[in-house]
Design a protein around this ligand. Structure first.
Ligand code: ATP
Ligand code: LTN
Length: 331
């Protein structure tokens, strides 16, 4: 029998997951579990590139663990752990830093965006963030990396770093492929549909959190920014409506064509309400499961501890190879 291909992906515990994270990444994580060997992490090491308040940080990380399981990550099929629990991530990141150029890092749009946003804390970690991300992936010799569109550039860099390392030392690291969904790859803010929906947005009406109540979800969709044509169609320049169509497609599984046909002749009011209801219906069972899981800390601990142990074994194999190839003296 063919060996299953391996997936790695991660998400930062910087706050509750948004509909953007869900449609752009996590829906795929869940779908891929049967076909692939999946390794998923809560990227807590990445999160400290932005200042975190310890108590909130700890809470966010555990909440993210619970919501990932509530979304359908199945610990019987996949690994799910905290990045900081497998110390090889930080170790390989250091090494890869030495095979990454300053010029490459300074071209990363996420670095430019985040350093503009956190102008008083442009730390070196924010700059070398992609080397840690490359370490996450290469440590497990992953074949595929499911992410939203915004992470494509980091993934390209990861491939370049792996290629460069292999160019010097032979075939040590598997060069991974990105896996970006056709639907939902970039969910935009409901208030400013030209920028991505982000949990760190200062306007709460711009994003939907996975834990938002049904009324809140409907209210936020009712307020969503659209245009003045009053025609539900997918067309350049209609950013607000295009975004709502993408969300509807992600929530219902219908196609763009089916959606446009369904709302032919109907107003934006009806459409916004339908999108809100579809999203609320999709999220209601997730929220319920999330609350149950969060009340069961022992179970969560069992999941992430066991996963980290298995992950560490895989990580150690790569590290041994890397150390040997580089020429470090053996212990
Ligand atoms: P922050 O707002 O703190 O920068 P974020 O919401 O962008 O965080 P991440 O943890 O950086 O979340 O990303 C987790 C995953 O979600 C990544 O695969 C990313 O590509 C995807 N993602 C994030 N935002 C969106 C979005 N608006 N649309 C689609 N996918 C997204
Ligand atoms: N940078 C990613 C989170 C992340 C990640 C990874 C994604 C950290 N390590 C490895 C894929 C593979 C983000 O979503 N902002």
């Amino acid at each position: 029998m063919d060996e299953k291909k391996r997936i790695f992906s991660a998400i930062q515990p910087t706050g509750m997951m948004t509909l953007g994270n869900y449609a752009g990444a996590i829906q795929n994580w869940v779908k891929m579990q049967d076909e692939y060997e999946c390794i998923y992490a809560v990227a807590d090491l990445h999160a400290i590139t932005v200042r975190q308040v310890p108590a909130d940080f700890r809470k966010n990380a555990m909440q993210l663990m619970a919501i990932l399981l509530a979304c359908g990550i199945d610990p019987d099929k996949s690994l799910l752990f905290f990045q900081s629990h497998v110390h090889q991530h930080a170790e390989l990141a250091w090494i890869l830093n030495c095979y990454t150029q300053m010029g490459e890092l300074s071209r990363m749009t996420q670095f430019k965006d985040k350093s503009a946003k956190h102008a008083n804390n442009i730390n070196a970690g924010l700059f070398t963030y992609p080397a840690l991300m490359a370490a996450d992936i290469l440590l497990y010799q992953a074949d595929l990396v499911p992410v939203g569109e915004d992470q494509k550039q980091h993934l390209e860099l990861c491939r370049d770093i792996a290629g460069r390392f292999n160019g010097i030392y032979g075939d040590v690291l598997k060069v991974p492929e990105p896996y970006i969904p056709k639907v939902g790859a970039r969910i935009m803010s409901l208030q400013n549909p030209t920028s991505k929906m982000s949990k760190s947005d200062t306007n709460v009406n711009g994003y939907i959190l996975l834990t938002d109540e049904t009324d809140t979800i409907i209210r936020k969709f009712k307020r969503a920014v659209t245009d003045s044509d009053a025609k539900v169609e997918f067309k350049e320049g209609k950013d607000g409506i295009n975004n709502l169509i993408s969300i509807y497609v992600a929530a219902t599984g219908k196609t763009v064509e089916e959606t446009v046909k369904e709302f032919d002749g109907k107003g934006y009011g009806d459409f916004k309400l339908a999108v809100g209801e579809a999203v609320a219906d999709m999220l209601a069972p997730v929220t319920k499961k999330y609350n149950d899981l969060l009340a069961n800390k022992d179970y969560l601990m069992q999941v992430y501890t066991k996963s980290a142990e298995i992950a560490e074994k895989i990580a150690m194999r790569t590290m041994r190879k890397v150390y040997k190839k580089i020429g470090f003296t053996e212990k």
